[in-house]
Design a protein around this ligand. Structure first.
Ligand code: GDP
Length: 308
């Protein structure tokens, strides 16, 4: 059964790890967010693609949910001594990934090609496609002006008030090779439990991807990253509110309006089912907080089966 998953970083990666344990990973194609990408010390860094890749390879730093387990930070510390920005914590082994990516892109490879080379080299059986080979960069507008996504997210720890969010370059971007084909051929398309604004939003902003989702024969199902009135982690609530959406599973459905056959909500949100169903979507209620491997697998199984 061909499965496509639209994915951000940490929330998506946990879900995808469960998914790849309950279905053949070779049948899974991940379409990853590159709106968070940045250039750091001259290196091309793709945090969400790498979080998914490291997690599926079994190499992720479990305590942080990103980066490589056991990594050291000697290079970052040395860069600090040179007066360089060190807010984005690239570990020493992680830097090797970015060196390879940067070198391959400089030699003419696309982000799609180098991402495929990297994931194969790490033994990841699922295809990982960037949403686009063209640069799309998420920016956050604060009362003091626009910030690059990682300045807001990592450097400023999501503290500034949000006035607006933009996906710069999205209007000129094209879906990466294989993205539209994968959506067209899928049996199920899953919008992972990811930030709807900063992780799935940039993917949907690439012209053609929303249309492909609306047109596919696949069952399109989203897992709500909002449980009750708050995200499980991160700034999704603050971002949804800034964009005028209610911070709830109802708000998640509104962000994805017109795209979903099914929405998966946590058991805590059972009282919302009747209101959600009036919006024309099937609702699946299940335990959706992934605190261990068994819960990751159980959620993935429920999403695949499409019923509780
Ligand atoms: P990011 O790039 O690290 O922000 O990655 P994602 O967008 O994939 O993940 C962050 C989102 O995942 C947040 O909105 C969280 O609320 C959501 N999330 C994290 N863990 C869980 C979980 O266990 N269950 C659910 N339902 N959502 C989760």
């Amino acid at each position: 059964m061909k499965v496509v998953a639209l994915a951000g970083g940490t929330g998506a990666a946990k879900f995808l790890r469960g998914l790849c344990r309950v279905t053949d990973p070779a049948d899974v194609t991940v379409i990853g967010n590159t709106g968070d990408d940045l250039e750091m010390w001259g290196l091309a860094v793709s945090p969400d693609l790498d979080t998914v890749m490291y997690t599926l390879a079994g190499l992720v730093d479990e305590s942080k949910g990103w980066g490589l387990a056991g990594d050291t930070f000697a290079c970052r510390d040395a860069m600090g001594q040179w007066g360089q920005a060190t807010f984005f914590g690239l570990g020493d082994k992680d830097i090797a990934t970015h060196l390879v990516r940067t070198e391959r892109i400089r030699a003419g490879a696309s982000l799609t090609q180098v991402t495929d080379e990297l994931r194969r080299a790490l033994g990841v059986k699922s295809a990982i496609l960037p949403m686009s080979d063209e640069a799309v960069r998420t920016h956050v507008r604060t009362p003091d002006g626009w910030l690059a996504f990682q300045e807001f997210f990592v450097r400023d720890r999501c503290a500034p008030a949000i006035v607006d969010i933009s996906y710069d370059g999205a209007d000129r971007a094209r879906p990466a090779p294989g993205v539209l084909e994968a959506i067209a051929e899928a049996k199920v398309v899953i919008l992972c439990p990811s930030n709807p604004i900063s992780s799935v939003g940039p993917i949907l902003a690439v012209p053609g991807i929303r249309q492909a989702l609306a047109g596919t024969a696949a069952r399109v199902v989203a897992v709500s990253p909002i449980v009750g009135q708050a995200p499980v982690s991160g700034p999704a609530g603050k971002m949804m509110a800034a964009k005028g959406f209610e911070v709830s599973a109802l708000g998640v459905l509104a962000v994805y309006e017109g795209l979903l056959d099914q929405l998966v909500v946590d058991s805590q949100d059972a009282p919302l089912v009747a209101r959600l169903e009036t919006k024309g979507v099937q609702v699946l209620v299940t335990a959706s907080i992934m605190t261990d491997a068994e819960k990751e697998k159980a959620l993935a199984r429920a999403v695949l089966e499409g019923s509780s």
